[in-house]
Design a protein around this ligand. Structure first.
Ligand code: GLY
Length: 366
């Protein structure tokens, strides 16, 4: 078991490893009442293991499975459920599931009684390395994703890597897209995490979900996320924005393909694009451009846009300009000799080269 500290005020721990679900009870031992929020299939598998360690009275509330349940309607249902079982301000909510559960239960905990404690217990690779850490909670509106939310840091995060064994393979691979991102985030500077090497030498073990290696990989990714969050908890200084490496194109692809690409698949293509864009801007050499392609490729992730003739560079540029994190123009997180930086409006030739690197040759430039 590895414990990573998120150095905020107050600090909290991310506990990572096989069998970590047994740790949840210890982390809520001082609480009077506990509510576990989950979805039916996940609760069937894991709720008993969590409840077994909890001494306080506890209940399980179920929410629907699917992005459409990440809604204000679900938040109201959860908050009414909290009220029915008598949850008070000093009690605790446990969010047991993937990103949809973590975001929705986390937001319900942020607003119920003006804020009750939450323990994030992610059961997908994507949630373990990203959404569960850092306190971003939100639900969707018909007008857009994550439009209503709050920063609400958990009191602890528990990532039991045994839960990854049962993930559907496309969902597991989607998480690997974020793992590739973490590997490449620090690669340019000094690779203090060694993730690129681990992924290179342990590719088969990662793809086979070798429990020992997965514990190490998740802990390293969680460690990077914890450091970035501690440096910029409210995404104000630009440090936290570096977590969006590969995400500018990824968000546009997710919209253009109406989510037929998973988030991780879109991020993988976005990483190739970001590497090439940095190369085209002469921020990095070809070795880095190649690595931004090789790391996702080695994990079996797409490195070019499938069905590329369905989109044009122009339509993707338009979507990228509308990204809620862009400040009017085009903003990318790109590697450079001093590490990751936010780069605005790169030159057209570099954009053209980057689009070509992911298989989009039809300009449609506006
Ligand atoms: N997923 C990006 C962040 O937590 O800031």
């Amino acid at each position: 078991m590895t414990t990573i500290r998120v150095a905020l005020d107050p600090p909290y721990d991310v506990v990572v490893g096989p069998g970590a679900l047994a740790e949840v009870g210890r982390l809520v031992a001082d609480r009077r009442r506990v509510v576990i929020v989950s979805q039916a299939a996940i609760a069937d598998r894991y709720a008993e293991a969590v409840r077994a360690g909890i001494a306080a009275p506890n209940d399980v509330l179920l929410m629907g499975d699917g992005e459409q349940f990440k809604s204000l309607t679900t938040v109201e249902e959860l908050c009414r459920g909290f009220a029915r079982v008598g949850l008070l301000r000093g009690d605790v909510v446990i969010a047991l599931g993937g990103g949809v559960v973590g975001d929705t239960a986390g937001f319900a905990a942020a607003v119920y009684h003006r804020g009750v404690a939450v323990v994030q217990v992610p059961t997908t690779l994507l949630a373990m390395v990203d959404a569960a850490i850092g306190g971003k909670t939100a639900v969707n509106l018909p007008e857009g994703k994550n439009l209503v939310g709050a920063f609400h840091q958990p009191i602890a995060v528990v990532a039991d890597t045994d839960t990854l064994a049962s993930l559907e393979s496309r969902e597991y691979r989607s998480g690997l897209g974020e793992v590739a991102k973490y590997a490449l985030m620090y690669d340019v500077v000094a690779d203090p995490t060694g993730l690129v090497d681990i992924l290179r030498t342990g590719t088969t073990a990662v793809l086979d979900r070798d429990p020992a290696l997965l514990g190490d990989v998740v802990a390293r990714c969680a460690g990077i996320k914890a450091d970035v969050v501690a440096a910029d908890p409210y995404e104000r200084t630009g440090v936290r924005a570096t977590l969006n490496l590969g995400h500018t194109l990824a968000h546009a692809l997710e919209i253009a393909f109406e989510h037929r690409l998973t988030h991780g698949e879109a991020v993988a293509i976005g990483l190739v694009y970001a590497g090439a864009l940095a190369g085209g801007c002469e921020r990095v050499g070809m070795d880095v451009v190649d690595r931004f392609q090789a790391v996702p490729a080695s994990l079996g992730l797409p490195v070019a846009v499938p069905d590329a003739e369905a989109v044009t560079a122009g339509s993707l540029l338009e979507l990228m300009r509308r990204d809620k994190k862009a400040s009017g123009g085009l903003t990318f997180v790109l590697p450079g000799r001093d590490g990751l930086e936010l780069v605005e409006d790169p030159p057209t030739a570099a954009l053209r080269y980057a689009f070509e690197s992911v298989g989009i040759t039809d300009g449609g430039w506006t």
